[in-house]
Design a protein around this ligand. Sequence first.
Ligand code: F42
Length: 334
Amino acid sequence: MTSMLRFAVEFVPQEAYWQTTALGILAEKYGFNFCWITDHFNNRSVYVVLSLLANYTDEIMLGPGVTNPYLINPVQTASTLMSLDNLSGGRAILGIGAGDKITLNLLGIERTKPLTAVKESVKIFRSIFDSGKINGFKGKVFTVEKAKVAFEKTGELPIYIGAQGPKMLQLAGSMGQGVLVNASHPVDFKFASKQINKGIKEANRKPKDVDVAAYASVSVDKKMEKATKAATPVVAFIVAGSPPVVLERHGISPESAAPIGKALGKGDFPAAFGAVTDEMLEAFCIRGTPKECTEKIAALQKTGITQFVFGSPIGPKKRTSMELASKEILPHFK
Ligand code: F42
């Protein structure tokens, strides 16, 4: 039996504010339930963008997907999310993860005990969201002597954990209201489901307590070639950033992946994108016509996902691809 599927979009806040805002307004109009905004210091501020979206939309759920506990203290993140929740009339959602190692290293930030840091953050968030305060918290990464916020949240403020590794997936199953799994292929979700369910069982929870989201790389177009062209750069970066165990899971040899990382490192994008193979595209994105994408999303649904995120690039033109998805993909899952 397959469970109900809800849909989301992911935007990387690189464009002008009005453009991301316009895309968010359209996402709501096209029937998407969630809008996740990525968080990297080199892009526009995730919270400035989310505030604008909160102002110009009415129904869509909004949140950082995902922020991390190293750049901003979790108490400050809790207060910020509660503010967004107030501003949006109870539509805030919080995505938290370990953070991108490479960008954090650029700032001299060591990702110390990432699993513990995320776990402690979730405890801090939940306490502040539910009681407005946290006192005498002594973790291994975070200590909060005394923190009290002077206002209350408006909605539920569910916490989603961005997870790929086995322990982080288990943690999401045991503590998260949701999990954002950065993957696009059923093979990855079979692996992820096992770990998430382990966490659910250990915490005496039920599968329905955890919204399992496929945070997928998607490229929809009426023409396969156009969809593939838009997906190729994103897949090149995914391959270069994937640990050997993930490449292995898809039968991709380290020898075929290495030149992509090397070329990207040198800024030689044509060489990097030219080295992306069909099997890499199959493994790391969902691309093609609405019909082809629908079949692939349906296959993911069979692995137990309950949310599907149209992540970067979405398509050659985001607006057109969202409209195509709304008319020709979403209705199949109603
Ligand atoms: N990162 C960003 O910086 N910005 C984003 O916008 C963003 C979006 C995003 C969306 C979905 C998603 O799934 C991930 C996303 N990420 C984003 C990446 C995210 O921040 C993480 O980098 C990514 O999810 C990788 O996390 P991971 O689940 O693979 O966990 C890593 C840290 C890991 O090593 N996990 C291990 C595991 O098995 O799960 C656990 C490691 C462990 O046990 N550590 C011990 C501990 O206490 O932490 C310490 C061990 C020791 O001895 O030191």
